[in-house]
Design a protein around this ligand. Structure first.
Ligand code: SAH
Ligand code: SF4
Ligand code: F3S
Length: 479
């Protein structure tokens, strides 16, 4: 099979930064009618790995595919288009993708007309793209995170040519105002406010896969949120790799605190935001969060390490003391605040003493939730070039010890909630117990309780009767 290369990724170009980003509304695809005519009762299957940015991208892709006549299926064998939306943040995320393509390639061997597409963050790296192309000759479409607006044209090209289509241009990126989107939930919505990342933490691949930090216009974000409120949505989560850097790249005189306040005033019952970088967190933001009851008192504030040398080597731009001072201000000004974090253990040459600083920070902050990771070298990032003297065994032992510390605090906090009543937004039937329903409190605690179908998408009062580390059992108050 021939390969049609439209463009391929380049890490240097991906890291380049210009000041301005252009907002653009993609031109309509001129052969859309022709594409619609070709698609008759065809189905698509899509599987997304990684963070909310990818989940939101999936919604855009679903909207575009359904716009030209595809319907969704959860069975890859019934689909004529299969899309694997990948994540490259750690090696284990990538390994899952290699495994899945290994299983799916058989379908393409059986059905030569099938489009097997790989997109997302993995293909943004030249070496990974090469490995994928060398290993899986069955994949016939590759496109990057910046090519989603071209999806109509890419599907058309893959369908009408006998070629493998590769379209991955490394660029700082534009702000693409694109419709339609097929949201995955009818009462909880994600809204992008800022794309990309300019922080370049030395271990992280994201700035290379997602391009420069670029904010959507203030009014465009508000318009989307207003629409969601009108449609009856109960919860909006404002999204960005560094959501609180919002507005820094615009000349609109608005920052993230202004945006939070404006969205809160629209009257959405629950407003959340993720992910916040400690460096960009202002006192003004803390005051706004404290002021509006519909801004959830839950902040995800990745710390990564509790040691100053490691923080510096990671390029995190804050010290342990600065982080702790920020937490202190948050806890003082926002009663009932829940904090969660991300922590990496085993950064190159991390000593036992340095790791202990992370443990002691965890013991001071007493997070209510946390994500923990063993450092995974990412080719092309500065940290991956550092010779590392920490063994795998040491890293695993540190990981276990860290989890023990975190869980002790989480368990204590969970136990303190027993007997109290919380507002819970009901998601649906519990994943593990068909007789139970589940949902999240304002502080983002998962609660299981006996409920009924009519409660789905509503906020109900639940009294906690039993606590586990990562979830609670409760009962509905007042019938
Ligand atoms: N923009 C967000 C999320 C980035 S990815 C933020 O800055 O917080 C989510 C988490 O993955 C990071 O917070 C970090 O803890 C972890 N991570 C990123 N790169 C990693 C790597 N190379 N190895 C291990 N963990 C990593
Ligand atoms: Fe990665 Fe750091 Fe940007 Fe987060 S802030 S996405 S960890 S480079
Ligand atoms: Fe993964 Fe890309 Fe998100 S690397 S964490 S899907 S930005």
């Amino acid at each position: 099979m021939k390969t049609k290369i439209i463009n391929t990724p380049d890490m240097l170009k991906a890291a380049s930064r210009r000041k301005e980003a252009t907002v653009f509304v993609p031109a309509s695809f001129d052969k859309k009618d022709e594409l619609q005519a070709i698609i008759k009762d065809e189905k698509y299957y899509i599987h997304t790995y990684g963070c909310q940015a990818n989940v939101r991208d999936e919604e855009t892709m679903r909207g575009m595919l359904e716009d030209v006549g595809f319907t969704q299926t959860d069975k890859p064998e019934d689909a004529s288009v299969i899309i694997i939306n990948t994540c490259a943040v750690r090696e284990n995320a990538e390994d899952k993708v290699y495994g899945e393509i290994g299983n799916l390639k058989i379908l393409r061997k059986k059905n030569k007309k099938l489009i097997l597409a790989i997109c997302g963050c993995m293909v943004e790296q030249p070496e990974i793209l090469k490995r994928l192309m060398d290993t899986f000759k069955e994949v016939n479409l590759y496109f990057g995170t910046h090519e989603i607006p071209e999806l109509y044209s890419l599907i058309y090209q893959a369908k009408t040519s006998e070629q493998i289509v590769v379209a991955i241009e490394s660029k700082p990126g534009e702000v693409v105002e694109i419709k339609p989107a097929r949201r995955s939930n009818e009462y909880k919505a994600f809204v992008n406010v800022i794309y990309g990342c300019d922080k370049f933490c030395t271990y992280c691949i994201v700035p290379y896969t997602r391009g420069k930090e670029r904010s959507r216009h203030y009014n465009d974000v508000l318009k989307e949120c207003e629409e969601l409120v009108k449609q009856g949505y109960q919860e909006i989560t404002l999204l960005g790799q560094n959501v609180n850097a919002y507005g820094k790249d615009l000349d609109e005189g608005k920052d993230f605190a202004d945006l939070l306040e404006a969205v809160a005033k629209l009257g959405i019952p629950r407003l959340r935001f993720t992910t916040s970088h400690p460096w960009d967190f202002s006192s003004k933001m803390i005051d706004i969060i404290a002021k509006y009851p519909n801004i959830m008192k839950f902040i995800h504030l990745p710390v990564q390490s509790g040691n100053d040398r490691v923080l510096k080597a990671m390029g995190r731009r804050y010290t342990r003391e600065q982080y702790l001072a920020l937490v202190k201000e948050m806890r003082e000004k926002i009663p009932g605040l829940s904090l969660s974090t991300d922590i990496i253990v085993g950064f190159p040459n991390e000593t036992d003493e340095e790791f202990k600083d992370t443990l002691s920070l965890v013991d001071i902050v007493k997070y209510e939730a946390a994500f923990t990771f063993i450092y995974s070298p990412r080719k092309g990032t500065p940290a991956a070039k550092i010779a590392d003297n920490v063994s795998k065994e040491t890293k695993s032992a540190r990981f276990m010890e860290l989890v023990k510390h975190l869980e002790k605090h989480i368990e204590e906090h969970s136990a303190s909630l027993v007997g109290k009543t919380f507002d819970v937004l009901v998601d649906g039937v519990s994943k593990n117990d068909k007789d139970m329903y589940s949902g999240y409190t304002e502080e983002n605690k998962l609660v299981h309780f006996k409920g009924c179908e009519q409660m789905i998408g509503k906020i109900v009062k639940v009294k906690i009767i039993e606590s586990h580390t990562y979830s609670m059992i409760g009962e509905i108050v007042n019938g």
